[in-house]
Ligand binder design. Sequence first.
Ligand code: FAD
Ligand code: SF4
Ligand code: SF4
Length: 467
Amino acid sequence: MTKIKMREQDPAERVKNFNEVAMGLSEEDAVAEAKRCLQCKKALCMSGCPVEIDIPAFIKDIVEGKYEKALFKIREKNSLPAVCGRVCPQEDQCEKACVLSKKGAPIGIGYLERFVADWELKKKREYVAHTDLPKESPAHKKHAHGKKVAVIGSGPAGLTCAGDLANMGYDVTVFESLHKPGGVLMYGIPEFRLPKAIVEAEMNYVKHIGVKLEVNFLAGKTGTIDELREQGFKAFFVGIGAGLPYFLGVEGENLNGIYSANEFLTRTNLMKAYLFPEYDTPIRVGERVGVVGAGNVAMDSARCALRLGAKEVSIIYRRSEQEMPARREEIIRAKEEGIRFELLTNPTKFFGDEKGWVKGAELLRNELGAPDASGRRRPVPIKGSEFRMKLDTVIIAVGQGSNPLLPATLPDLKVTDDGTIVCNDDLMTSIPGVFAGGDIVTGAATVISAMGMGKKAARSIDKYLMS
Ligand code: FAD
Ligand code: SF4
Ligand code: SF4
């Protein structure tokens, strides 16, 4: 039997809206999929989950129709199940490790996780209104000892760390520089892949278990860690992500109409350009858009540009399809939507009009050479293969680095040459009592790996404050 297929909006329709593409499983399909699980004694799937959810247990609950119990089983390890069920790269994690994947059809673990999380949301039950939570539910725990911990950054790493510390009895405040919490979940990943109402609902849960939230607080500028120490905070978790965009460094890259993916997606998602004219914050993309890069960020940018009205959107990538870092299913969806793939191609310069707006790019064709340090085959330029492409908007999505602002205010904080924060095995930085995790430590990675580090740091902070 093959893995269940999730219903999706039709490509011709979905390119005209920002509604979620993947529509979730029906109850019947979810139970049928759950029944395929072999309930292995040695559940290999769990070894593929960075936060070690008891996967067979929650799947068994689904088979028995005990969806709430399934949700609590997941929440023991993962405070953002509706998010992870949608954006986790399951094909490289839990599902890859599932024993059935060797036979080609792993259990749709992510789909099932999403199913129970959505089941709860559909019932429109506010977590705050829960009166029937099981005894072991975190929502019944109070600030046992009330020691104050500050979490800087409200992405998945910060939110997970904050949630776990609140469950342990700490008085936790999250400080976030933007006006909305959620990190990349809120400003980066578009509505059609991760609806913001879902992120907000997951956030309500974290608030409900006692976490306080202070937005518009740029740590290092609005206040420093030393100032927070004076206010009684005893330990810190830094989860400020990797939000500093990289550029190509080629001629013409500062022309108008050339955006970093970070700016483009923030304007589209957080500033709600996609809801213009309801929100007075439009973004003009013109007819032809080029997106440089082929990771999740590039796919998201390309698909947003299409939905914002562009007629032709091209992914420009220097290697071949095999090396593209984006999730396979997102590449397939991008193709279904009509995104063009200009592979083995690199822009060498951008040219503009007399008013300084981009008009196009000069590009060079590559062929693949020997593998480089990343293990992927190196792109080698083909001499004389230059060609031009007309473009009205260019989005650069070739990776992000660490934001240097906060580390610059902490002279004793050890950082690598790339700007990532150096931590010991307990995720403590070179400053006692200051811990870190997520993309600011690993460099750009995944939601679930950031959450895994947030969890680990919470345990270490507890150990530190209790010793
Ligand atoms: P972030 O999510 O970046 O959160 C950091 C937060 O800290 C932000 O809210 C920021 O505003 C705040 N901050 C920064 N500096 C300060 C400061 N000085 N003071 C206060 N607050 C501060 N991963 C997947 O697993 N699946 C996907 O499909 C996927 N798609 C992605 C698509 C896009 C467009 C992007 C950009 C990333 C994607 N990722 C995906 C990667 C994933 O989102 C990140 O790895 C993850 O969000 C990292 O979490 P984090 O908590 O470390 O940081
Ligand atoms: Fe799989 Fe991610 Fe859920 Fe873990 S959190 S079980 S990796 S979908
Ligand atoms: Fe079920 Fe696969 Fe995990 Fe076995 S490895 S328990 S079949 S999900």
